[in-house]
Design a protein around this ligand. Sequence first.
Ligand SMILES: [Zn+2]
Length: 413
Amino acid sequence: MSSPDAGREAETPVNMRRLGRLRVLQALTDAGEVSRADLMQRTGLSRTTISSLIFDLVREGLVREQSAAAAATTSPRLGRPPLVVSLNPSAGYAFGLDIGHDHARLILSDLAGTPVWDESVDLDVDSSADDTIAAATRLIADALRDTGIDRAAVLGLGVGIACPVDRRTGGLRAEGIMPAWVDLKPAEMLAERTGLRAHVINDANACVVAERRYGVAQLCDDVVYLRLSSGIGAGVVCDGRMLLGHDGLVGELGHISIDPNGAVCRCGNRGCLETIASPTSIATLLSRSWGRAVTSAELIALLQAGDRGAVRALGDAGEAVGQTLAMTVMTLNPKLVVVGGELAAVGDVLLDPIRRALQRNSVSSQHRELQIMVSALGDSASARGAAALVLADTPQLLSERHRQVSGQPGPVG
Ligand SMILES: [Zn+2]
């Protein structure tokens, strides 16, 4: 029989100490490098408690304390460089997997979010889920073999996928988008194959996480990230929180209809943004006028070389993107729009027509302070963001791992 207190944290010294550890690990996960004084402020713990916890965490290899060369120049009175505390980057790792329509890319990140392994394979993702899951499983095995990192040191696997993800079930709403994946649960499939804790989110959502953590959207609480790849989608952060919506399907901008008489889209509607502005659609346009196949990679090379036809086709696509973004900006009032995906590599050739259309289709109070930038992370954003979501749980996961290793008791109840 369970007592009335079962499930509640009893305030025993062991639990107080465990909560203190969690608070320190959380502060280091959030802030990166901090001084002991900052840690006291962030955690509300006393100097003595902080000292004792840091002593244990350093001894266990989870945390390191070293001099901050940069900080030293601002504190000349101290005589020696001040010390800063941070997580030990090699105390844990996270996998980030990006599943696009035509590739799977795996990044292994250390605790600081720095990629230590990064590989990609081309494959027809849309028509074969089994092959894709098998390829991802092989990439995971390759990464562990190449780096010599123990599987037990990996905190989990985050997956960013180019498909709407049901936030409650983790199942894919793949009808018309990725035909072979309807209702599949890739996180469950990968967890079963690899033994890793896994979760899945839409790739544009993973990208916005990455840009806020490592890219151009750091310190920005109102961001729209638009991914212009063979699929088009947006990740939205409003007031510092990711917007997911009732089912988790916020940001399907690629399937907003722009041209009622346009081409039929794979989703079944007509004239969706994706049929006009994805690299594949633009390359198809050029293929038609040149009488030969043009790949997306060739399109980007043509744009970078200033080819008139390619620039014109991209300009028209940029207009359509700007028109769609204007609706988004009028609805959500972001401070920053980040444009990512393959096409972002061409910079202002893409951004200029987007800016023009956005200004023409929104009111000046909405776009006056709006910034539009290309992604700092390029094609790696989805995989890095998916790994960052695993790393966000670092405090709990490291504590859990430590308890399992040391045999310390878990939560009471
Ligand atoms: Zn569509």
